[in-house]
Design a protein around this ligand. Sequence first.
Ligand code: PBG
Length: 330
Amino acid sequence: MNLPIRPRRNRRTPAIRSLVRETVLSPSDFILPVFFHEDADDTPIASMPGCTRWSLDGLVREAGESLAAGVPAVVLFPKIGEDLKSSTADECHNDDGLVPRAIRALKAAHPSLCVITDVALDPYNSDGHDGIVRRNERGELEILNDETVEVLCQQALCHARAGADIVSPSDMMDGRVAAIRAALDAEGFADVAIMSYTAKYASAFYGPFRGALDSAPKEGDKKTYQMDPANAREAIREAGMDEMEGADILMVKPAGPYLDIISRVRDASTLPVAAYQVSGEYLMLKSACAAGWLDERNVVLESLTGIKRAGADMILTYFAKQAALWLGEK
Ligand code: PBG
């Protein structure tokens, strides 16, 4: 064939392929979500094989290993005892609670580690919702927006006092980024950043996570606050609001099934974009690999490359430590 243009020339050798590669994963792209509890033992999580609910000591060790592999950040997900849950979620801003103690322990052991906290009420709420719940005259559950935002501000302040670098509201209440920013600034925490769950969808892919924390809603679903998976323009609207309200980083969640949203948010804002490869995405890959149907290293790195290629500057992934170790082997 007389073909002057042959794209395969750029794929001929590993050296050439490395020169033309557009997207390169690095351990510094990753944030490791970590589960932990009050107990002294490290417990495997049944709904997320390969993940552990750590003791505080285990948490500090795991974060250290992940940091040593090159992962700069962790995001904290506590499992709170049933006896501490209430309909007002007061435990979420207890300065002696599990999360503040974890932040202090992590910062003491690993001063260079970036500690990110989840700001939402679900682990603390006896109703299992991210916000305060009320039953209206018609007997329906309502998730109260403005009342919830007040508690979220208390929670964010509690995390900031304990030394969190970044607070990450995952609740999807309206106006919470501005309120948290103002609360942090008023208390002298102007340096604490906000990574906002900007486009968090009401996704069935969160199932294994709720199993890990025992945090599933007792009644109803999260569709009145989390976004409809069918909507894309709405994500841009949320992104514009979060940016104006003072968010430092915008997040899209889940990641894999929402690559178009990552790409559109990337184009719509100059802020850094994070994407969360959630528990259901983890489980799909993990279970197919455990069955021997897919090659774990290759599919995990490919899935993360796809998320970065779509426009994510950073990826929250349960594979963070493992992926960083794989990248280090090359
Ligand atoms: C709670 C929260 C959830 C996740 C992160 N923060 C669950 C939910 O919204 O129901 C899901 C993470 C995952 O599935 O990996 N605010």
